[in-house]
Design a protein around this ligand. Structure first.
Ligand code: MG
Length: 310
């Protein structure tokens, strides 16, 4: 019987099948200010991630370590890929959602709604129909640390959807204090959204909410799970439907019914995570000044991040 290592906390036996007790938590990069937005490019064997305050998107690979992917990033935060493999990013400074075309040009996909600038797009996910869903809390305009201080021009902190056919930017949820990370269930019939409003108001519950999805229409389906330490920021689902959430003490793993299975304890506050690696079975964790990696015995639910067509 292998003892549970100190970086794992097992709440349910199923967790032992997801994170092997011999797995190590490796710090693969450090020296940053606030890391976020990890996304794996399997076709390049590369991880991209943001260091928001230093206005950089960094690139990491096993062969070459860390290098600069993009400077003057506009305080880029969350990242994902669309089904064509293009990088989609959220920029606090530019207060927009931007796509990097295959030739490197940038296309702004969303910058305003109802006559006002967006707050500061934070995180983004693309559904299989090509719609782009993103959160718009105010973190990037509260100070000049990770954006530019400004008064909100939106009446709420929305979750928005960009229609794939028309490009129209429409709010789909408007009752969050601060919506943050988001991801879909395996069948895309459910959207999970992290509420991180406790960052500035202790009375806000640190929860992941869930919504039933019917095309562009969402119906509130209540709380999926509560985070017992810190708050939820970035979230991802694996191919078994488990949901992995960032938290104050590491990464928490929940079964599809919301049962807490276990935790990966990380020595720095975690903001986000993604699946990747050449075999698809590494979890990359952006945590404050560092990026960590750990073997997990399950792949992520977004195969297009492993490599286009993979
Ligand atoms: Mg975030």
């Amino acid at each position: 019987m292998i003892k549970t290592p100190p970086h794992l906390e097992i709440h349910d036996d199923r967790f032992g099948l997801l994170v092997h007790p011999m797995s190590r938590l490796e710090r693969i990069a450090t020296g940053f200010t606030w890391t976020e937005g990890p996304v794996w490019f399997g076709d390049h064997e590369t991880l991209l991630f943001s260091d928001i305050p230093s206005q950089r998107i960094l690139r990491w690979s096993e062969a070459d370590g860390v290098s600069l992917f993009r400077g003057n990033s506009g305080f880029n935060n969350g990242n994902t890929r669309d089904r064509q493999g293009r990088l989609i990013g959220c920029r606090h400074g530019c207060r927009d959602v931007v796509r990097t075309e295959t030739d490197g040009r940038l296309t702004v996909l969303a910058a305003e709604h109802d006559g006002g600038r967006l707050n500061s797009p934070n995180d983004v996910v693309v559904s299989s129909d090509g719609a782009i869903w993103f959160t718009d809390p105010t973190y990037g305009i509260l100070s000049n640390f990770e954006g530019y201080r400004a008064e909100p021009e939106q009446t709420a902190r929305h979750v928005f959807r960009i229609d794939p056919a028309t490009g129209t930017v429409a709010p789909v949820i408007g009752d969050f204090v601060q919506p943050n990370g988001l991801c879909f269930s395996l069948d895309e019939r459910r959207l999970y959204v992290a509420e991180s409003g406790s960052s500035h108001d202790d009375s806000v519950p640190s929860v992941i909410r869930q919504f039933d999805v019917d095309g562009a229409r969402l119906t509130d389906a209540g709380v999926f799970a509560e985070i017992d330490t810190g708050l939820p920021d970035g979230i991802r689902v694996d191919v078994q439907g488990n949901l992995w959430s960032s938290a104050g003490d590491g990464v928490h793993c929940f079964a599809p019914d919301g049962t807490l299975l276990g935790k990966i304890l990380v020595p720095e506050t975690v903001a986000n995570l993604c699946f990747g690696g050449s075999d698809g079975q590494r979890m990359f964790i952006t945590a404050t000044s560092s990026v960590y990696r750990i073997f997990v015995d399950v792949k992520g639910a977004e195969p297009w991040t492993r490599g286009v067509g993979a």
